[in-house]
Design a protein around this ligand. Structure first.
Ligand SMILES: Cc1cc2nc3c(=O)[nH]c(=O)nc-3n(C[C@H](O)[C@H](O)[C@H](O)COP(=O)(O)O)c2cc1C
Length: 181
């Protein structure tokens, strides 16, 4: 597919809302309408070379899905279906949602699993994001001093959400567009 694919999992709708904001900012000439992974086929995801994937944090930093009490499918079920697919040649940017005030010792901890899955299946992960401006004691999703993707806390820092999304999209857009040519 000659556009950026946007896929997300969500329980309460916030990750979907952020995916929709990203889609609107990028525009439908370069991005496809966001798809919930509980309705997505593996073939659909594999049809994109450039992807943005979004995941909220649940459980004790596990992959959201039935294990963390999900009613519908989430990333846990999708990653099971993905089943070691070959993601080499794909460039992927990740974003994760969390609540740094309530879960300060495992802030946005689920995102690291998505990072390990897609990197392990051969994708190039772009879009690491500074931890500056967040207040937490621990996050599994920090590698080499940075979050493995954009982290949003719309519960406690709603006023920063839009500018974080805009800055991050500016950062990753050239790398993702390169894959569309
Ligand atoms: C039961 C429960 C567990 C959660 N666990 C974490 C967590 O471990 N770390 C974190 O940063 N946020 C955690 N959160 C916060 C969610 O990630 C946050 O509310 C997010 O915005 C939800 O996204 P969604 O609306 O797309 O489902 C948890 C929320 C709930 C309700």
């Amino acid at each position: 597919m000659n556009k950026i694919g946007i896929f997300y999992g969500t329980e309460q709708g916030m990750t979907e809302m952020m995916a929709q904001v990203m889609y609107r900012v990028l525009g439908d000439d370069i991005a496809s309408e966001p798809i919930n992974v509980n309705r997505a086929s593996v073939a659909k995801l594999l049809s994109y070379k450039a992807l943005i994937l979004g995941m909220p944090s649940y459980g004790v930093g596990e992959i959201p899905g039935r294990t963390t009490g999900s009613e519908e499918g989430n990333w846990e079920e999708f990653l099971f279906r993905l089943d070691e697919a070959d993601l080499s040649g794909k460039r992927i940017a990740l974003f994760g949602l969390g609540n740094q005030q309530k879960y300060y010792d495992r802030f946005a901890g689920s995102l690291i699993h998505l990072y390990h899955y897609v990197a392990g299946y051969g994708a190039e992960v772009v879009g690491a994001w500074s931890t500056a401006g967040y207040h937490f004691t621990h996050s599994n999703s920090v590698v080499d001093g940075k979050f493995v993707g954009l982290v949003l806390d719309h519960h406690n820092q709603p006023e920063m959400t839009k500018s974080r999304i805009l800055d991050w999209l500016d950062q990753i857009k050239p790398a993702l567009l390169e894959k569309l040519n």
